[in-house]
Structures are given as structure tokens and as C-alpha cells.
Design a protein around this ligand. Structure first.
Ligand SMILES: [Zn+2]
Length: 77
């Protein structure tokens, strides 16, 4: 008798989710990087400390999102 195997994952389950990560827009990737850092960084959780890395990630997100908004505005003009 065949040994029991885990069922095949449904089409588009885990692989689909992982594949989607690479399809985030640069703005979404920058935000995801900031959130991923901030949720795991002791410095970010301490209100009495400044976290230089978080500030850099946040600035990068701000710059990317305002550049994207400028492009949108230019396309509509
Ligand atoms: Zn931090």
C-alpha cells in the first residue's frame, strides 16, 4: 500500500503568495521593508531611542511614493 502523502497544495496557494512578493510595486516593497524592520527592531519599539535604519527606510518610502504621485500627476496632465 502506498504510504500516505500530504495532499498537493491547491493551485496558487503558497507558491502564488511567494510569487506575488516579487510583484509588489517599489512603493509597496519600500513600505514592506520598513514594516518588517520596525516590527522586529528593539530600537524602534523604544520610544526613548531613535532608530536611524527605520528613519532611512521611512524616508526611502516617502521618496518613492512622492515620486510615484508626481508621475501619476504628470500622466494625467
Ligand atoms: Zn529600528
Amino acid at each position: 500500500m502506498d504510504e500516505r502523502r500530504d495532499p498537493e497544495p491547491a493551485a496558487g496557494s503558497t507558491q502564488h503568495v511567494l510569487a506575488g512578493v516579487g510583484q509588489l510595486s517599489p512603493v509597496q516593497e519600500a513600505w514592506a521593508a520598513y514594516v518588517a524592520h520596525a516590527t522586529h527592531c528593539a530600537g524602534c519599539r523604544d520610544v526613548d531611542r531613535r532608530c536611524e535604519q527605520a528613519e532611512q527606510l521611512y524616508r526611502a518610502w516617502r521618496e518613492l511614493s512622492s515620486a510615484a504621485l508626481r508621475r501619476l500627476g504628470a500622466e494625467r496632465a
